[in-house]
Write a protein that binds this ligand. Structure first.
Ligand SMILES: *[C@@H]1O[C@H](CO)[C@@H](O)[C@H](O)[C@H]1NC(C)=O
Ligand SMILES: *[C@@H]1O[C@H](CO)[C@@H](O)[C@H](O)[C@H]1NC(C)=O
Ligand SMILES: *[C@@H]1O[C@H](CO)[C@@H](O)[C@H](O)[C@H]1NC(C)=O
Ligand SMILES: *[C@@H]1O[C@H](CO)[C@@H](O)[C@H](O)[C@H]1NC(C)=O
Ligand SMILES: *[C@@H]1O[C@H](CO)[C@@H](O)[C@H](O)[C@H]1NC(C)=O
Ligand SMILES: *[C@@H]1O[C@H](CO)[C@@H](O)[C@H](O)[C@H]1NC(C)=O
Ligand SMILES: *[C@@H]1O[C@H](CO)[C@@H](O)[C@H](O)[C@H]1NC(C)=O
Ligand SMILES: *[C@@H]1O[C@H](CO)[C@@H](O)[C@H](O)[C@H]1NC(C)=O
Ligand SMILES: *[C@@H]1O[C@H](CO)[C@@H](O)[C@H](O)[C@H]1NC(C)=O
Ligand SMILES: *[C@@H]1O[C@H](CO)[C@@H](O)[C@H](O)[C@H]1NC(C)=O
Length: 488
């Protein structure tokens, strides 16, 4: 019955978004929308004319050209999530990082020297003091290294320096202040080691705008395998706290990430302070993260596979986001085999959601895009305790960051096999889920099960499920079509 309703309304939604797309036509300055086809996918094509060369040395050429086969897992998927027994061998050598102790000095050269000295079978120690970081850190290619942080690393607030010099991460034309990576790394902070991005200056400078090129992520875990990152605190990150890229078999546990807008600032000022994002990552485990921020708490982006997340608590941010994805025209992106369970949420906007770009390409990254395809498949979210969450579950295929609206039925990015349930607690309205799937690639096999939520402050049951283009829904009944009420 609900299936019939979903199908009946696909045409209506298509009509609405076609009208919107027509209204918005003058904003689409790059290419006219391509014809939507639900049958054959076009052969991947490399976007060319509108892709300008990078403005700084960028080793990730395949990615910035929006090509395919940029990275792939070394082992086939399947099996238990990556874990570690906690036993680490004693390293051959210890390198204690010298602290200059001068707030206007730069400890980056001393940090780089310690990593160079101890990059194989070494133990790098940050003592219980403050290190001042005024320039970029690239400490990749480590092998069998312990990195122990007992103090604080404090980044400088020189916006001009960082926007010009931060290091490309090979995704969305974004950059990072520190790249760390290698094999068999144990990076830990006993729950006290702190990375402080001095973010308030960035939040004030950014003024709630979307992704700003050159605004650095605090740290990027890159080209890393068989590693454990634990017991670290991240406060006031410049932008995203962490990106895990081109990595496999990494366990990240007992991590605290808090980006808070200072007194008198608007909550929107901490937009883009994601807790952690994965791109080109396989077999990654996240346990016991606490994230308090103003954007995605944990987000899986392109080619994230076999991800396990448990026992996390999120405050105020957007909770889980699968995406945005499908940003590069002709590029294939996948998110597959993700499970998140036993999650506690306070005042977040979502329980979890999937967001894809439209099928219409407008502009280029970081803020433009659309026209990518691929799939999100087999994603489980279960056992979520919600405290005053805006709504539990969502799908949108209407993403664009550059003000272009409409096109919600154009994405060919395919969403299937979702299992989202056992949510308890309170939501701010009567909506449990808003599922706005694309007419060009309807969502299939969407199971929302055993969700028992009440409306914050009034105790009524939340029972509303808005759906467009959902086929094979199980465990729930779509109550109404979106009719423009599904948030993007
Ligand atoms: C990244 O953004 C900068 C600033 O907008 C632009 O100059 C550069 O060409 C972009 N690079 C890519 C690869 O999109
Ligand atoms: C993402 O993974 C898919 C499936 O393995 C692959 O076809 C595609 O090339 C990958 N995308 C990139 C950008 O590497
Ligand atoms: C997803 O998990 C299934 C079952 O373990 C496995 O067969 C499949 O290869 C996994 N997919 C990926 C992309 O790793
Ligand atoms: C993750 O890595 C571990 C260790 O290599 C392996 O045993 C397990 O099968 C992998 N799991 C997945 C889902 O790839
Ligand atoms: C670090 O030093 C402070 C005092 O400066 C002390 O309170 C704290 O216990 C020390 N932490 C560690 C891990 O030694
Ligand atoms: C760092 O602090 C921890 C916890 O206080 C302590 O056990 C460890 O010995 C310290 N490490 C170094 C190298 O001083
Ligand atoms: C970091 O250093 C390594 C080794 O020199 C280099 O291959 C890599 O391209 C550098 N990363 C960036 C983002 O510049
Ligand atoms: C995050 O930091 C703010 C400001 O220090 C604090 O009020 C808030 O309680 C912190 N959140 C968590 C979860 O610790
Ligand atoms: C999560 O926490 C529960 C108890 O709160 C525990 O039983 C479970 O083992 C934990 N899961 C992981 C993967 O640590
Ligand atoms: C879905 O992913 C989970 C891990 O998140 C895995 O255990 C399961 O086998 C996968 N199912 C299929 C059908 O691939």
């Amino acid at each position: 019955m609900s299936r019939k309703l979903s199908l009946c309304c696909a045409g209506l939604a298509l009509a609405i978004s076609t009208a919107l797309a027509a209204d918005q036509a003058p904003l689409i300055d790059i290419q006219p929308p391509s014809t939507v086809s639900t049958t054959a996918l076009p052969a991947p094509s490399t976007p060319s004319e509108h892709w300008t060369p990078p403005d700084r040395k960028d080793p990730f050429v395949c990615e910035y050209l929006g090509e395919n086969d940029c990275w792939k897992p070394s082992l086939p998927g399947g099996g238990a999530p990556y874990s570690h027994d906690g036993n680490w061998p004693k390293r051959r050598k210890t390198c204690v990082v010298e602290a200059g102790g001068k707030p206007d000095g730069d400890d980056a050269p001393a940090i780089l020297a310690a990593f160079e000295e101890c990059k194989t079978d070494g133990h790098v120690v940050f003592s219980n003091t403050t290190y001042y970081v005024r320039s970029v850190l690239n400490t990749t290619g480590l092998r069998h290294v312990d990195v122990e942080v007992n103090g604080t690393l404090l980044w400088s607030d020189d916006i001009e320096y960082w926007t010009a010099n931060s290091l490309p991460i090979g995704f969305q034309n974004q950059t990072s202040a520190w790249h760390i990576g290698g094999d068999y790394i144990h990076f830990y902070g006993h729950g006290v080691g702190t990375l402080d991005g001095n973010g308030q200056v960035w939040y004030d400078w950014n003024q709630g705008r979307s992704n700003m090129h050159g605004r650095p992520h605090a740290i990027t875990i890159t080209d890393t395998t068989e590693s454990v990152i634990e017991g670290l605190r991240f406060v006031q990150s410049q932008m995203w706290t962490m990106t895990v890229a081109r990595s496999e078999r990494v366990l990240l546990q007992d991590i605290y990430a808090n980006c808070t807008a200072g007194p008198g600032r608007d909550f929107r000022s901490i937009v883009n302070t994601d807790g952690v994002d994965t791109v080109y990552a396989n077999n990654i485990t996240f346990l016991r993260w606490v994230v308090d921020n103003g954007d995605d708490s944990i987000s899986m982006k392109q080619n994230s596979t076999n991800i396990y997340i448990a026992n996390c608590t999120f405050y105020r941010g957007l909770s889980f986001a699968m995406g945005s994805i499908g940003q590069y025209p002709g590029q294939i992106n996948v998110i597959e085999n993700v499970t998140a369970e036993n999650i506690v949420l306070y005042d977040t906007i979502w329980g979890a959601r999937i967001k894809t770009w439209t099928g219409v390409n407008t502009g280029y990254p970081p803020n433009g895009g659309g026209g990518g395809f691929g799939h999100a498949r087999n994603i489980t979210f279960r056992d979520f305790q919600m405290h005053n969450v805006e709504r539990a579950w969502g799908i949108t295929q209407c993403t664009s960051y550059n003000g272009v609206a409409g096109g919600c039925d154009t994405s060919r990015f395919k969403i299937t096999d979702m299992h989202w349930g056992q949510a308890r607690g309170t939501v701010r309205g009567d909506q449990v889920a808003t599922l706005d799937c694309s007419g060009a690639a309807p969502c299939e096999r969407i199971e929302l099960f055993d969700n028992e939520l009440t409306v914050s402050g009034d105790g009524r049951d939340a029972k509303v499920y808005f759906c467009d283009n959902v086929v094979d829904d199980t465990g729930f009944e779509c109550t109404e079509p979106c009719n423009d009420r599904c948030p993007h």
